[in-house]
Design a protein around this ligand. Structure first.
Ligand SMILES: [Zn+2]
Ligand SMILES: [Zn+2]
Length: 171
């Protein structure tokens, strides 16, 4: 299937009230989250685009796709690959004001690549984790606690104040 970055909505020749569902493929680019670069896979993602022609010559659009982020876990830095499910909608109605003026639609052209990129960024988790229960790093030695195992711990340094107390113990 050919990759679609810019989609010609006008080419569908829909009349008001008509709709169409299309399966397309869109190129994805890396995403920066909290200053870290994440790959967005697959490089070309299958998307489902639903187009409805509204009265007044506008469009109501729905976009669905599934992408996988790949990069370091934000807690332990081990590889993480969370799935990002996108289900986004846009409305573009000429003369409908700012809220009904989709930034991705110019005339009859839909900037599908930018919409997919932004929708994936919006649907991405706030925290990219290798596992929702990732225990993170040991605060003492910074080893990954998930790989070090539950028995990982450090002997706590004896508190000098306790030593003083022991000296005072007269029994
Ligand atoms: Zn982790
Ligand atoms: Zn440790």
């Amino acid at each position: 299937m050919a990759r679609t970055d810019l989609f010609d909505l006008g080419g569908e020749r829909l009349s008001a009230g008509e709709g169409r569902r299309l399966e397309l493929e869109v190129a994805q680019e890396p995403l920066e989250l909290a200053g870290v670069r994440y790959l967005v896979l697959p490089p070309t993602v299958p998307v489902t685009l639903e187009i409805s022609r509204t009265t007044g010559g506008g469009y109501a659009l729905r976009l669905r796709c599934s992408s996988t982020l790949r990069g370091p876990c934000m807690r332990c830095l081990e590889p993480a690959a969370p799935l990002v499910e996108v289900d986004a909608r846009e409305v573009d109605l000429p003369g409908g004001g700012e809220e009904l003026d989709s930034p991705y639609v110019q005339g009859d052209l839909l900037d599908l690549r930018s919409w997919v990129r932004d929708a994936v960024a919006l649907a991405a988790p706030d925290q990219v984790l290798c596992d929702p229960a990732c225990p993170g790093l040991c605060p003492v030695c910074a080893v990954s606690l998930a790989s070090a195992g539950p028995e990982h711990r450090h002997e706590s340094e004896p508190d000098p104040r306790w030593a003083k107390l022991r000296e005072l113990d007269l029994s």
